[in-house]
Design a protein around this ligand. Structure first.
Ligand code: GLY
Ligand code: MN
Length: 470
């Protein structure tokens, strides 16, 4: 078990920032069918932030009054050792992790009540509903992990977010490690691409590359010739020589840190002229947004910069008509770029998204009501140490391009016949979509692209695609 002074330091910082005791839970196994057949255990990210390799069912009480951290763990029994192998003793854990004391999980309610006396405590809702219910029964709160307005008391959310928002050097090292494994998955998928295989085979290469290096997918892998379906998790299509494949996949390492990368490439290994044109526009938008990263910049401005570059490209292609500024102002670009340019990344692939816009939107800023732009997940001013993605795209989405309201609203601004031709391309399969996504660390001098080693220049992508197919 790793002895990590970083975790101890984080716990001390947290204790110094709270004035009410806090009870945190790691969560437990979730059954995938009958109770003893579990999905792999993954501790809640905040618990993972404070404790290395948390055990399932672990909980902790942080008490600012005496600066103590009490860790509660399941008792070690011969039966557990029989089925799951031996586990370190409470005494060893106390020493390794450096907490004030380790107690039996079965005694949690009794001991917490005794320690709190008349004082109140707060807790945090987590993905495991049983743990959340147990925690709420002790603190008397009514919380719901699946409702960002009810995930925890706002002061507690802020105290946690203050610590999780800016990456310490050891976290950056872990992010770089996750990025390196993410690179292996993407490169293998590109190299093994050929017409005639199923999307699922590429998913197998990607996730096999992660597993081989002790990682799991940080989220459901998106791998599709239907790139216009933003979160397409169906992988049954056979690749055609005329298809573009969009792969959005990231590795999560044992420490819980994630990668989140999108690349798009032609199955044939050679971009068709219109595919290359769209690809180069998206690449230019991505690079422009990355080049603008520095402390103090408003994340929304990166989004708008990417939107502006995409719009200029769409005007050059004849798909949009008019001045790029006016088009962006009116929101016409959202017909082809209907999502935000990215999100925080860390222990959650959309880091701390469960905490809601309290963390992701600067005080006084609210979500746009404009279609597309309303999906911008982040609108804070950047600080050195923040990690986030940049992921612009251009998509040809039948449901958008056939929407009567949009056709009326932007009657003059769109060449609808030309847009329609993209839906009919590729033997009516349609053009699909192009997205390019990298993971960025904001430094004092600009962007560090954590995932820079994953090819994205046209020549590099074309050289790699199919290169391992013999
Ligand atoms: N990786 C999927 C997303 O960022 O939404
Ligand atoms: Mn992403």
């Amino acid at each position: 078990m790793p002895t990590l002074p970083h975790h101890k330091h984080r716990r001390a910082e947290f204790l110094a920032s709270i004035d009410t005791p806090v009870l945190l839970f790691a969560g437990s196994w979730i059954a995938r069918n009958y109770p003893a057949n579990w999905s792999p255990f993954r501790a809640d990210s905040t618990f993972l932030f404070f404790f290395p390799s948390p055990e399932a069912n672990a909980a902790a009480l942080f008490d600012p009054k005496d600066k103590s951290v009490t860790l509660f763990l399941d008792e070690r029994t011969p039966t557990d050792a029989l089925w799951h192998g031996p586990v370190p003793s409470f005494a060893d854990i106390k020493k390794f992790i450096g907490v004030t004391s380790v107690e039996r999980r079965a005694d949690l309610a009794k001991l917490v009540k005794k320690k709190l006396g008349k004082r109140k405590a707060h807790t945090l809702a987590i993905p495991d509903p049983r743990a959340t219910a147990e925690a709420c029964a002790i603190t008397g709160e009514t919380l719901d992990f699946y409702d960002s307005a009810k995930v925890a008391n706002p002061e507690l959310i802020q105290a946690i977010a203050n610590l999780r928002l800016l990456r310490h050097p050891e976290e950056l090292a872990s992010m770089r490690a996750a990025a390196a494994v993410t690179q292996q998955g993407h490169v293998l998928a590109m190299a093994r691409t050929r017409a005639g295989i199923l999307e699922q085979e590429l998913v197998g290469f990607v996730e096999g590359a992660f597993a081989k290096r002790g990682c799991v997918p940080a989220y459901n892998t998106i791998c599709s010739v239907r790139g216009e379906v933003l979160h397409n998790h169906a992988h049954h299509n056979m690749l055609l020589d005329t298809d573009l494949v969009l792969l959005d996949a990231g590795a999560e390492n044992a420490a819980g840190y994630c990668g989140d990368v999108t690349r798009t490439w032609p199955v044939s290994g050679k971009f068709a002229p219109e595919a290359r044109e769209v690809y180069e526009i998206v690449l230019a938008a991505e690079k422009a947004a990355i080049a603008a990263v520095r402390p103090g910049v408003r994340y929304r401005d990166l989004h708008m910069l990417a939107a502006r570059v995409l719009t200029e490209g769409l005007v050059a292609m004849g798909l949009l008509k008019g001045s790029p500024d006016a088009l962006v102002e009116s929101g016409a670009h959202t017909l082809f770029f209907p999502h935000g340019v990215g999100h925080l990344i860390g222990l959650d692939v959309h880091d701390m998204e469960a905490f809601g816009d309290q963390v992701h939107y600067e005080k006084g800023r609210t979500r746009s009501s404009q279609f597309g732009t309303q999906y911008l997940r982040l609108d804070i001013d950047l600080k050195a140490g923040m990690c986030f993605t940049i992921e612009p795209g251009i998509y040809f989405v039948p449901a958008i391009l056939h929407d009567a309201k949009f056709r009326k609203q932007w009657k003059k601004e769109v060449d609808w016949a030309l847009a329609e031709s993209f839906l009919a391309m590729n033997s009516l399969r349609g053009f699909g979509g192009v997205r390019i996504e990298d993971d960025i660390h904001c430094t004092e001098s600009g962007a560090e692209v954590l995932t820079a080693s994953i090819p994205k220049e046209v020549a590099a992508v074309e050289a790699l695609v199919g290169s391992a197919c013999g």
